[in-house]
Design a protein around this ligand. Structure first.
Ligand code: ATP
Length: 214
């Protein structure tokens, strides 16, 4: 199996604080990796490094066999997509958000594809005209997640995306992530503190005091 993301001796330091310490990890293509560990251990920092949002202090971080710094940043962000725990929606309506990935690619919104994506996460097409301020937390998160996959990335980095959601919303997101992973070959790397998600993990790593335990 091809290794899609590889970290070798990766350190991340701010001032004299070593936040990630000698991280070594190989993530195969189409893996479903779960990252857990105590608060402040370094999980989000690890995902932000993988996303290219921050830069390692030292070590080697490769995507698809090349150092991530060697890729054009916009192209890379489309391959390795980061989903936040508290998603930011913008504009006025759901449609404003879901048209955005098309706008930045100078394409018209594909209404059929957008509606199919909404349907996949249990949202109706009528939600497109809904004001974002009127959405529930679970709806907000699902809209934000769809926005990240209208054009499929190779890797989806998920930072506690189900935290604070009820069981139904969590189950919808779990089913959808499994579909993306199995049927659409998207590699998923998910941070969680949720006992059920840890239990269900296919591949589990723990980040503690800046170090990775497999
Ligand atoms: N830019 C920075 N400057 C200083 N300290 C930082 C910086 N970024 C992260 N840290 C510190 O590094 C540690 C790891 O933070 P990180 O957010 O990665 O942890 P986490 O495991 O994701 O925690 P949580 O589960 O609470 O989200 C924390 O002590 C945090 O305060």
């Amino acid at each position: 199996m091809t290794t899609l993301m590889r970290l070798q001796h990766v350190n991340y330091q701010v001032g004299d604080k070593l936040i990630l310490n000698d991280i070594n990890l190989a993530v195969p293509a189409q893996a479903q990796l779960t990252v857990t560990g105590p608060s402040g251990g370094g999980k989000s920092t690890l995902l932000r490094l993988m996303a290219g949002m921050i830069s390692k202090t030292s070590g080697d971080l490769q995507f698809d066999g090349q150092p991530i710094e060697s890729y054009e940043p916009t192209w890379y962000r489309r391959q390795v997509s980061y989903c936040f725990q508290q998603p930011t929606l913008f504009g006025k309506t759901v449609a404003d958000n879901l048209a955005f990935p098309y706008q930045i690619r100078k394409l018209p919104m594909d209404q059929q594809h957008v509606e199919a994506a909404l349907d996949y996460v249990g949202l109706s097409a009528s939600l497109l005209t809904e004001a974002i301020d009127d959405l529930s937390g679970g709806e907000r998160q699902r809209v934000a997640l769809i926005r990240n996959i209208l054009f499929l990335p190779k890797i989806l980095l998920l930072d506690e995306v189900t935290a604070g959601l009820d069981a139904d919303n969590k189950a919808i997101i779990h089913r959808w992530l499994t579909h993306l992973n199995r049927d659409r070959q998207v590699t998923t790397i998910m941070i969680t503190h949720d006992a059920e998600e840890i239990q269900a993990a296919q591949q589990l790593v723990q980040v503690m005091n800046g170090q990775l335990e497999v």
